[in-house]
Every structure is written in structure tokens, then in C-alpha cells.
Write a protein that binds this ligand. Structure first.
Ligand SMILES: NC(=O)C1=CN([C@@H]2O[C@H](COP(=O)(O)OP(=O)(O)OC[C@H]3O[C@@H](n4cnc5c(N)ncnc54)[C@H](OP(=O)(O)O)[C@@H]3O)[C@@H](O)[C@H]2O)C=CC1
Ligand SMILES: O=C(CO)COP(=O)(O)O
Length: 317
């Protein structure tokens, strides 16, 4: 077995470091810059030295010699990367490591892989994990979802490491929805805390946000148990409560009326807009997602958004 990680952001670098502690692994980037020399990704993941068994390369033809390719680029870039390099990626096990819904199509990463490289085995690796934790070798548990059960079991075995424990499912829709939607709720949670609305308000947003996640998941025929697992409930809990999360921090900035670095990868922003559009088309009630999309597009401020949530007609839980 051999594994290559395509995309040397914080997450791709962390996964490559973790995997290279178990067996030789490759990390591909468009530009490796100083990484090959300093043996560290000082821009995206400083302070995490590369194991000797990690090869860093700009040569995609060499990287795709591996049987398993982890795709660790942001969701809105995934289709472009796959289309650009389609010839090299045919027939491989392609594991999306991004979290989000594509803005233009309303589909998640597994569907993007299936649409662009139809003869590849498409899977997703998702769940509660900060890149720095994985790179430091702290214990982490993730979900590996692949519609092909046999391929899923193979990927689970190959990608599990001493400190990275993988659970598997065939429910790719549920797994990708969990990872995508929790980021939207994390923005809402950060906004509540940033605006000084308190931790009780955050708990309400997390819980009612989870209800929205389940509503969309049911509409798209995902398994409710997947949403209750690491990729849904697990990642929702982590991301809505930690300042390590960029989605949460963007929310905090919105709530506090502060500017936020536009170059930071915040998957929940495009996903909120994509899911808001999906919900409208499907006639689904997703008021927190609507509020987050409204905040991001400056149609609402936090006080108005919160008021609109609190004054909705009373209903059964
Ligand atoms: N960071 C984390 O803790 C976690 C992140 N994730 C998920 O991982 C995904 C990536 O996030 P993360 O690694 O943090 O993001 P970063 O912002 O750290 O890095 C993004 C990386 O994507 C690369 N990239 C962008 N476009 C392309 C392209 N067309 N071809 C090749 N590479 C490209 C960038 O390369 P360049 O530097 O050349 O621009 C950069 O290295 C997201 O979906 C995120 O939700 C999941 C769990 C944890
Ligand atoms: O997905 C993550 C944790 O599981 C990382 O969260 P952010 O993308 O918000 O930093």
C-alpha cells in the first residue's frame, strides 16, 4: 500500500505526517517552496516537523503512483483540481478530505469525485479533528465513508494509524453532510459568543442546528445514525466550541463586528449559501442556515438574526 496526499494545506500536511509515521507517504503541493528543505510546512502548519518517511513533491505524476490519494484541497477548489488532472487520477482510490457543499452545484465532495472521475473509487474522510492535533499525534477518531463496502474496509485499514482511529460507513451522503453543515452552525455559534449572547444561546443554536442538519439529511436520504456519529454530532461539538476552528472564529468576528482575514479557508461561508439555496428549493425549514447566509451577505446583523430566530412561531421539539 502507498498513500499520497494532494494538497499541502494544514490538513493535508497533518494527515501526511500522521500516515508517514506508519509507512512511507507522499505530500504533493503545487509549490513545495521551503518545505522540502526545512522539512516543515511553516506557512500552514508550523512547529510540526516531517518524519523521514514523508516525501514532499511538486511532481504529480510521481505522487499518483500511490494507490490511495487523499484530496486535501478546499471544497470549492476540488472540481477544478480533479478536472485539471483527470487523466492521472483514473482508477484510483480518491478520498476527499474536505468539508463543504459546492456552491454552483449543491453537491458534496464524493459526488464531485464521481462526476469528474467516474471510474475512481470515491470516498470521504471526515470528523472531529484539528490539523495540529493530528500532526502532534494526539488521539483522533474519524469517519471513512465509501459506498463500496469492500473498498471502504480496505481504506479504513490502510488509513488507520496508531493515533488516528477510523470508523467506516457506506453512507457517503450522511458523512459529507455532517462535515459540511457543522461548519455553518459553528459560524452561528461563534457569532452568538462574539456578540455576547452567552453560552446558553450557543447550546440552543447547536441543538437546533443539529435538527436542521437532520432535516436536510433526511431529505437527501442519508442515515440518521451517520449524523449522530463522528462526522455529524462529533464534529459539530468540536467546531462550535473551540477557537481553534476558523469557522467559529469567523462567527466570533461577525458577532463582534470585527474584520476577518479573507484569505483564511472558511468552508462554512460558501456552504451556508449553497445550503440556504438547497433548502429554499426543497421547501425545507433551515432558519439558522438562513441567518448565517444573511449575516455573511450583510443582509442581517446578529441582533436582527437572533430576533428573527426567537420570534418564529412556537412549535413542538
Ligand atoms: N485545518 C484543519 O484543522 C482541518 C481541515 N479540514 C478540511 O480540509 C480542507 C482543506 O483545509 P486546510 O488544509 O485547513 O486549508 P488551508 O487553508 O490550510 O490550505 C489549503 C490548501 O489547498 C491548496 N490548494 C488550493 N487550491 C489548490 C489547487 N487548485 N491545487 C492544489 N492545491 C490547492 C492550497 O495551496 P497553496 O498554498 O498553493 O495555495 C493550500 O495548501 C478543508 O475542506 C477543511 O474543511 C478538515 C479537518 C481539519
Ligand atoms: O473541520 C475542522 C475540525 O474538525 C476544522 O475546523 P475549521 O475548518 O473551522 O478550522
Amino acid at each position: 500500500m502507498s498513500v499520497s496526499v494532494l494538497g499541502a494545506g494544514a490538513f493535508g500536511t497533518a494527515l501526511a505526517i500522521s500516515l508517514a509515521r506508519k509507512a512511507p507517504a507522499t505530500l504533493w503541493a503545487r509549490q513545495v517552496g521551503e518545505m522540502a528543505k526545512t522539512r516543515e510546512n511553516s506557512k500552514r502548519l508550523p512547529g510540526c516537523p516531517f518524519p523521514d518517511a514523508l516525501t514532499v513533491t511538486e511532481d504529480l505524476t510521481a505522487a499518483v503512483q500511490a494507490d490511495i490519494l487523499l484530496l486535501a484541497v478546499p471544497m470549492q477548489k476540488l472540481r477544478d483540481v480533479l478536472e485539471t488532472h483527470a487523466d492521472l487520477l483514473k482508477g484510483k482510490h480518491l478520498v476527499a478530505c474536505c468539508k463543504g457543499i459546492e456552491l454552483n452545484s449543491g453537491v458534496g465532495p464524493v459526488m464531485v469525485i464521481s462526476q469528474t472521475i467516474p471510474d475512481a473509487t470515491a470516498a470521504i474522510l471526515t470528523g472531529p479533528s484539528f490539523a495540529a492535533d493530528i500532526a502532534r499525534g494526539l488521539p483522533t477518531a474519524l469517519t471513512l465513508a465509501c459506498a463500496d463496502a469492500e473498498a471502504g474496509a480496505y481504506l479504513q485499514e490502510e488509513l488507520t494509524t496508531e493515533n488516528l482511529r477510523l470508523y467506516r460507513t457506506t453512507d457517503t451522503i450522511g458523512a459529507e453532510l455532517g462535515g459540511a453543515l457543522k461548519n455553518v452552525i459553528a459560524i452561528a455559534s461563534g457569532a452568538a459568543i462574539g456578540a455576547g449572547l452567552g453560552e446558553s444561546a450557543r447550546a440552543a443554536l447547536m441543538t437546533r442546528g443539529y435538527a436542521e442538519m437532520q432535516r436536510l439529511a433526511a431529505h437527501l436520504n442519508a442515515e440518521p445514525t451517520t449524523l449522530a456519529g463522528l462526522s455529524g454530532f462529533g464534529d459539530l461539538t468540536l467546531t462550535c466550541t473551540s477557537e481553534q476552528s476558523r469557522n467559529y472564529r469567523l462567527g466570533q468576528s461577525l458577532g463582534a463586528g470585527r474584520a476577518f482575514d479573507a484569505d483564511t479557508t472558511v468552508e462554512g461561508a460558501a456552504t451556508a449559501r449553497a445550503v440556504d439555496a438547497l433548502a429554499r428549493d426543497a421547501g425545507l425549514d433551515m432558519p439558522i442556515t438562513r441567518a448565517v447566509a444573511g449575516l455573511l451577505d450583510q443582509e442581517l446583523d446578529v441582533a436582527t438574526a437572533m430576533k428573527s430566530l426567537l420570534t418564529r412561531p412556537l412549535k413542538e421539539e
